[in-house]
Design a protein around this ligand. Structure first.
Ligand code: SAM
Length: 294
């Protein structure tokens, strides 16, 4: 298992990744319990908590298929990436658009991987018809296959105990019991999900949190908080959690890509239990609350 403070190279690049807060947050995950992560995305927490019993899921089928391949066949994934990458170097940009067309017809997970590694700013973006529509990132050739092969091997080991499922988060959480530890990193509160374009209904999500509280499962929830003067945050109803804090995660990829002045992004972190003092060293402000929901 990795020691907290190590930043790990991502195997699946995912905007909204919790890569920079994962080492800190992972300190609060109890390893005696089953670990459940129902919004897995790029899975930034996984290297830090290699719990023998873990369940990870996401709504995007090609993403979940890719995770399964990385777990069981890292050499094959490396080869699939290399084939596309070699063609891109030799034949140029048309290869990117050929792969993108092919992906939009078949949803092949290796095409998907290649697109995430070569598209503009690594942003996974679908149009309203569900087609991947981001362009190629000119002047960035995508990660070198040799380097990527090593990353794949490492991750295959990190995730060896994880069961991956393609399903809605509510289906995954229906399995949770009082011995489980749940890490929740849903799409932005109150917005359309930027990946799937489906509406993320907050009230449904709150109902799930309430249910987890009532059965005694522990959870940590992160929501992208504030960037500069703009508030992305919303207030989670106070009766649902016990402790709230904010962690600086880095700079906004949006202001970076717009080349405007760079905003710092803070992540709101909610706990349904009382966290210990360690986290407090890294926070900007810290609001501790006690509510009797259990
Ligand atoms: C903020 S991202 C998670 C990022 C992840 N923690 C990481 O480190 O990369 C949110 C994820 O929730 C997934 N998602 C959106 N709606 C969902 C739903 N109804 N059920 C399950 N997953 C969903 C998205 O596909 C996306 O991968």
């Amino acid at each position: 298992m990795l020691k907290p403070n190590n930043i790990v190279e991502p195997v699946i690049k995912w905007s909204g990744s919790k890569r920079y807060v994962a080492p800190e947050l992972s300190k609060y995950i109890s390893i005696q319990k089953r670990y459940i992560e129902p919004f897995i995305g790029g899975g930034a927490m996984l290297p830090f908590r290699q719990i023998p019993n873990a369940l990870a899921s996401d709504i995007i089928p090609e993403l979940v298929n890719l995770w399964k391949q990385i777990q069981s066949n890292p050499t094959g994934v490396a080869q699939e990436y290399q084939t596309r990458w070699d063609r891109l170097q030799k034949e140029g940009h048309s290869v990117y658009y050929e792969v993108r067309d092919s992906f939009n017809k078949t949803k092949n997970e290796f095409d998907f991987l290649f697109l995430t590694r070569t598209c503009v700013n690594g942003l996974i973006r679908y149009n309203t018809s569900g087609e991947f529509n981001n362009s190629m990132h000119k002047n960035r050739p995508g990660i070198n296959p040799k380097t990527f092969r090593e990353i794949l091997q490492k991750w295959s080991h990190f995730i060896k105990n994880v069961e991956f499922r393609k399903c809605d988060y509510r289906e995954t959480l229906a399995d949770a019991n009082k011995n489980d530890f749940v890490f929740l990193d849903p799409p932005y509160g109150g917005t359309k999900d930027r990946y799937t374009k489906t509406e993320f209904i907050l009230q449904d999500f709150y109902n799930e949190l309430e249910r987890l509280n009532s059965i005694g499962a522990k959870w940590i929830l992160t929501f992208d908080g504030t960037a500069g003067n703009r508030e992305y945050d919303f207030q989670l109803p106070q009766e649902l959690y016990k402790h709230k804090t904010e962690i600086k995660t880095g700079n906004s990829p949006f202001t970076k890509s717009m080349r405007t002045s760079i905003d710092a992004v803070y992540e709101s972190v909610y706990f349904n239990f009382q966290s210990n003092a360690e986290l407090r060293s890294n926070i900007r402000k810290n609001v501790t609350q006690e509510f009797a929901f259990i």
